[in-house]
Design a protein around this ligand. Structure first.
Ligand code: G3P
Length: 217
């Protein structure tokens, strides 16, 4: 399973990369806006840190998405163009994919939408798990159903589980077989944590110190 960080913060990305477990980064207009930096410069900076960086178009018509997508793809060969799952986006996904530009179709909330992304040759489809949970639907069931449908037909589009809010989301996505989990930095940090690890380590170190005191020279 690939782990992506869902952030535009260089500090967070550098820390995650130092852990040796980050395979890529996803951004969106909200995350870049939060950083208050130039969009293209920040995408290029992130591309120097990780091999796969989703950068989203802001146009909502086909021509605009194609134009923005080509510009984003030229910024760096680590860029994956992120396109919203609307009819113009699916059309743009098909064109850009035929040009061998990697496309991440985002804002996916149904299996029918995920089928469209696969048919249009998307590299990734991003089902938004947390946002479905927010409206009392089952986000993870969507991931499982997309996985089943893609397997039925051998689609190559990778499932990028997004809008993950806590470690159990990551575990559930992994149990289903999602190809990628993208998560905020704080969720990645939480993956490390277990109280029994801390208690166990404390005890090992106490025993070690005591044994040094008690060892006869
Ligand atoms: O990866 C998609 C993500 O940025 C959306 O997450 O928590 O705003 O639903 P969230």
């Amino acid at each position: 399973m690939k782990f992506f960080l869902d952030t535009a913060s260089l500090q967070e990305i550098r820390e995650g990369v130092a852990w040796g477990i980050v395979d890529g980064v996803t951004t969106n207009p909200s995350l870049v806006a939060k950083e208050g930096v130039d969009f293209h410069s920040r995408i290029k900076e992130i591309c120097e840190l990780v091999p796969d960086v989703s950068a989203e178009v802001t146009a909502t018509n086909y021509e605009g998405m194609i134009q923005e997508g080509r510009i984003l793809a030229k910024l760096h060969n680590h860029v994956t163009v992120k396109i919203p799952l609307i009819s113009e986006g699916i059309k743009a996904c098909k064109t850009l994919s035929q040009e061998r530009i990697k496309v991440n179709v985002t804002l996916c909330f149904s299996v029918s939408q995920a089928l469209l992304a696969a048919k249009a040759g998307a590299t990734y489809v991003s089902p938004f798990v947390g946002r479905l949970d927010d409206i009392s639907e089952d986000g993870m069931e969507l991931v499982a159903n997309i996985f089943q449908v893609y397997r039925n037909y051998g689609y190559k589009t990778q499932i990028l589980a997004a809008s993950l809010r806590h470690p159990q989301h990551v575990v559930q996505a992994a149990l289903i077989g999602a190809d990628v989990a993208t998560m905020p930095f704080k969720v990645m940090e939480m993956l490390f944590k277990h109280p029994l690890t801390d208690i166990g380590l404390k005890k090992f170190l106490e025993d070690w110190e005591n044994s040094k005191k008690n060892t006869k020279r």
